[in-house]
Design a protein around this ligand. Structure first.
Ligand SMILES: NC(=O)c1ccc[n+]([C@@H]2O[C@H](COP(=O)([O-])OP(=O)(O)OC[C@H]3O[C@@H](n4cnc5c(N)ncnc54)[C@H](O)[C@@H]3O)[C@@H](O)[C@H]2O)c1
Length: 437
């Protein structure tokens, strides 16, 4: 450890990041900014080619990422490649590959296993592997460590070390701010490496770094996302109750949140998307055989049911307004506001559910997604329902009056209470919303 500590002091540590997505790329760029020689590895050859020629097809609106990538590619000491051989000099190897679930909702550990097997062949003695990907509890012990030991012929805690420090960034926020301010929970294979790894994270973030055992670190990450999912599901369930009683879930939440000491009630919506929240609760549950009556599993189902619930309600509203062959215009196709990430977007599921409801004319507008951008007002022509699915800031400036004049039937279905009932009704729209009749 002394050698690595010396290298850290002199900033001569060589840091590698495997998996250059929303998590890995900002980390790689920030490590290079800190002065370390860095190596970025990704299996996606197209991505590697784009990054090496300074092109970002995600984080497109992030100026810091653009600036850092430019100086990264200019500096000959850094590498971006798909060749694991380039890891031969790495002292620290961060892993940030995607960790999805299978159709049966069990963890799909293909990426994490492959990376461990491949990097093991180039592992230096005394190096440290830090897994930033979110893993089901016990994956490090049962999958990562055996794969590393088998392919390297090296022994954990003797020849190399491992740590788990799951990332917490949010793709629709300033990722570099999250990266450099959020607290981290670090699990290590041996307390021998705690000081060194904590020192590295102290260079990255102003947030606290708490060191625990590996399984606890894995549980913390999956549990924090499961907790959020459960809270959203609660708000969604209340919104369905309010819909059936003709009351507003938004007003109910506002009044509950006034009470001192009560945990804030979240807002309902069209569902939950992104790479993490729809799968992390299942990663957590995969380590438990008692999921039959699981609250966490039921919350997943409640959130997954929201696009179908909305499509059904909208189809009913249009039928009751005697609209024949309806056309809907969906505003927002990313999974969350103000970003281009469409992974597991509830809007995709909304489209599928509209088709099931017999709604065939579906237009989509999303200024963050190239294929869905263009002239909104043209898309609104002849529409019978404007569905606000994602509350992008840019939608605040829409000319609703102009849109209303172009539409065939002036119905608004507001999944985020974004436009507001009063404003829409003043413009003579027929206004509906989740949890707010
Ligand atoms: N996106 C988020 O907001 C976020 C936040 C916190 C944690 N996480 C977790 O971080 C991890 C990464 O998420 P992401 O959003 O960055 O994923 P991503 O899909 O954006 O990036 C993953 C990258 O890993 C690469 N990859 C996959 N398998 C590989 C392999 N065998 N060898 C080399 N490269 C490989 C992919 O090509 C891709 O570029 C996941 O475990 C996720 O749950 C994500």
């Amino acid at each position: 450890m002394i050698e690595l500590e010396e290298k850290l002091k002199k900033r001569t540590l060589v840091c590698a990041v495997v998996g250059l997505g929303y998590v890995g790329l900002p980390l790689l760029l920030y490590l290079s900014k800190l002065g370390f020689r860095t190596i970025g590895i990704d299996k996606n050859k197209k991505k590697v080619a784009k990054l090496t020629s300074n092109k970002l097809d995600f984080l497109k609106n992030n100026k810091t990422a653009q600036i850092l990538l430019k100086s990264y590619t200019k500096n000959k000491k850094h590498t971006i490649s798909n060749n694991f051989k380039d890891l031969k000099d790495a002292d620290l190897i961060f892993i940030s590959v995607d960790t999805p679930i299978q159709k049966n909702r069990k963890p799909d550990n293909t990426n994490i296993s492959q990376v461990c097997e491949k990097l093991a062949k180039h592992l230096k003695k005394n190096s440290i592997i830090i897994i930033e990907s979110t893993l089901a509890p016990k994956t490090t012990q049962e999958i990562a460590i055996p794969a590393l030991e088998k392919s390297s012929n090296l022994k954990i805690n003797k020849d190399f070390y491992i740590a788990v420090c799951s990332e917490r960034i949010r793709p629709n926020q300033d990722i570099f701010k999250d990266l450099t301010t959020f607290p981290r929970v670090l699990g290590t294979s041996s307390t021998k490496i705690n000081n060194l790894v904590i020192s590295i994270y102290k260079l990255i973030t102003k947030g606290e770094v708490d060191a625990v055992d590996i399984v606890t670190a894995e549980i913390v990450k999956t549990t924090e996302n499961a907790l959020r999912d459960v809270k959203i599901a609660f708000a969604n369930e209340i919104s369905k109750i309010c819909d059936s009683l003709g009351s507003s879930a938004w007003e109910v939440a506002r009044l509950i949140n006034k009470r001192y000491g009560y945990t804030e009630m979240l807002q309902p919506g069209i569902g939950v998307g992104g790479h993490c929240l729809p799968k992390d609760p299942w990663l957590l549950l995969s380590s438990n055989n008692h999921t039959k009556n699981s609250l966490i599993a039921q919350a997943r189902r409640v959130n997954d049911s929201m696009p179908a619930y909305c499509a059904k309600r909208i189809a009913k509203i249009l039928r009751e307004s005697s609209v024949k062959n309806p056309k809907v215009l969906i505003l927002g196709y990313s999974y969350i506001e103000n970003c281009e990430d469409t992974r597991n977007s509830p809007s995709q599921s909304l489209v599928d559910n509209f088709k099931k409801q017999g709604v065939k004319k579906i237009a989509i507008h999303d200024p963050y997604i190239e294929e869905c951008s263009g002239d909104l007002y043209k898309k609104a022509k002849g529409a019978d329902c404007l569905v606000l699915a994602v509350k992008h800031d840019q939608f605040k400036n829409l000319n609703l009056l102009k849109i209303k004049k172009i539409m065939r039937t002036p119905v608004i279905f507001d999944c985020k209470n974004f436009f507001g009932k009063e404003k829409c009704q003043n413009l003579s729209f027929i206004y509906h919303a989740i949890g707010a009749l």
